[in-house]
Design a binder for this molecule. Structure first.
Ligand SMILES: Cc1cc2nc3c(=O)[nH]c(=O)nc-3n(C[C@H](O)[C@H](O)[C@H](O)COP(=O)(O)OP(=O)(O)OC[C@H]3O[C@@H](n4cnc5c(N)ncnc54)[C@H](O)[C@@H]3O)c2cc1C
Length: 447
């Protein structure tokens, strides 16, 4: 077992998602020594996962190598390794091989994992959508199902899909799959579209949004060919069907799980970390952990208290801003100043249901927008989120407008080589994405 010795400030950041990258960037800009540890050698941009799952974008376009992101930051060292244990008392992490990395500060930014709520068979048979590997696995599975559906004479349910969870992830993937089906029918790849059912226990899709947005999203999903089934819970998932609490079932080989998330598994390895809702780390207003002034938790892994007594939602803008804020507080401390409570600049909530169909609620009064205006808001917020990993976001903007603005569904591509975002990255900047193609069984989401 080796341990690095520190001279001067050294911040260990666990996780290179939106939160960890924002934190390391801000510290690196000031020349602070940082070691960023992530099991992947790339940063993944989750808001575009469903485009990968439905073959609209190649996985490489939303995964940028950490080394490329920090090329201009010589004080930021990137380590590609799995963290087996967190040691808050010693401000250290232990890697799976036994190596320990300790610092003067520890920032936990390990994100979340899918939460299956103990539904039998869900971890084994449902497809979560939380990582690039999840998205790629789902894409390959859908491709297999399309081939089976194209060959099949009778209706054996090969093309039928059930999406669990009517929040933004469930609604967005449902919209993208209905478009994919329409495109496959239009290009005569399949004889007819599969049935796409969106299931949620609640009474409306996009529950955190306003009633107007509920109605809009519901109507658009139905127009696109989806069947929202509300007030219904999933009781079991099998390899060939899904069962509901009203005693009915649907024959399907594709159950997509958008039904919730909990903190990354590594959190459980830490002794003395206060955890609350979703197994996430409860932090103080300045983002530190109580009793551990040099330990921060940020982004999806943390319950960050909001001014209204609730906690902030698991959103990209919360992750990015909390990452930069934690870095700011570390810098304040290094300069002998007091840490400041996190102040979140609310970017609103938004969801894209398909081409020409988006919904957004922005501002203090949650001003509701639909269609192109909502898409423009979505684009602005996402370009800002992406700017942490990609300094040039104009390529993303033009790709996204091209997608949104074109004629409806039938023009969605279905090809081995979908349209690329012209990032203009160095050709050496290739993320290493490993998908086990041995079978299309989804991950148990245990990471
Ligand atoms: C499908 C989907 C769509 C979304 N769409 C939107 C949207 O449109 N707008 C929006 O604002 N938000 C959206 N979100 C939420 C947003 O993406 C997250 O809030 C944000 O990415 C969280 O960032 P993070 O850095 O906290 O965690 P993550 O991005 O999950 O990063 C955590 C990192 O930690 C690493 N890690 C974890 N455990 C270990 C370990 N033991 N060892 C080593 N490394 C480890 C992981 O590999 C990962 O890179 C979406 C999320 C999903 C899943």
């Amino acid at each position: 077992m080796t341990e690095q010795k520190d001279q001067g400030p050294h911040v260990v950041v666990l996780g290179g998602g939106l939160a960890g990258v924002a934190c390391a960037h801000t510290l690196g800009d000031e020349g602070v020594r940082v070691t960023l540890v992530d099991r992947n050698d790339y940063h993944q941009f989750q808001p575009l996962l469903y485009q990968v799952a439905t073959s609209q974008l190649p996985a490489e376009d939303i995964a940028r190598p950490h080394k490329a992101i920090f090329r201009e930051h010589p004080t930021v060292e990137v380590r590609t390794a799995d963290v087996a244990e967190i040691d808050v008392d010693n401000l250290a992490v232990t890697l799976t091989g036994g190596e320990r990395i300790s610092g003067t500060h520890l920032v936990i930014a390990a994100g979340a994992r899918p939460q299956f709520f103990g539904v039998p068979g869900a971890a084994e048979h449902a497809f979560p959508l939380y990582s690039v590997v999840d998205a790629e696995r789902l894409r390959l599975h859908i491709q297999d199902m399309v081939q089976a559906g194209a060959r099949s004479e009778d209706d054996d349910g090969a093309l039928d899909v059930v999406v669990v969870g009517g929040g933004p992830t469930g609604v967005e993937i449902t919209g993208a799959i209905t478009e994919l089906m329409a495109a496959l029918v239009a290009t005569e790849k399949i004889p007819k579209a599969g049935r796409i059912t969106l299931v949620d226990r609640g009474k409306a899709v996009l529950a955190p949004f306003s009633k107007k947005s509920h109605k809009y999203a519901h109507k658009r999903l139905v127009e696109q060919g989806a069947d929202p089934r509300l007030g219904t819970g999933v009781t079991a998932v099998h390899s060939d069907r899904v069962e509901f609490d009203d005693g009915t079932s649907i024959r399907t080989r594709t159950v997509i799980w958008g039904g919730g998330e909990s903190a990354a598994a590594v959190v459980k390895t830490a002794k003395d970390l206060p955890t609350g809702r979703g197994g996430r780390i409860d932090v103080q207003p300045d983002l530190t952990v109580e009793g551990h002034p040099h330990v921060y938790a940020i982004g999806d892994v943390a319950n960050i208290p909001a001014k209204d007594g609730r906690t902030y939602p698991q959103l990209g803008s919360v992750a990015q801003q909390s990452g930069a804020w934690a870095a700011g507080n570390i810098l304040r401390e290094l300069h002998g100043d007091k840490a400041k409570p996190f102040h979140y600049k609310d970017k609103g909530i938004m969801a894209m249901i398909g081409r020409n169909a988006a919904v957004a609620e922005v501002g203090k009064r949650r001003h509701q927008m639909e269609g192109p205006l909502a898409f423009a808001a979505w684009l602005g917020v996402h370009a800002m989120l992406l700017s942490g990993a990609h300094s040039k976001t104009d390529a993303f903007m033009s790709w996204a407008w091209d997608y949104f603005d074109r004629d409806h569904a039938a023009t969605v591509e279905w090809s081995e080589t979908p349209q690329r975002i012209a990032w203009g990255d160095d050709s050496a900047d290739v993320p290493h994405i490993h998908v086990d193609r041995g079978d299309s069984t989804p991950s148990a989401g245990g990471k």
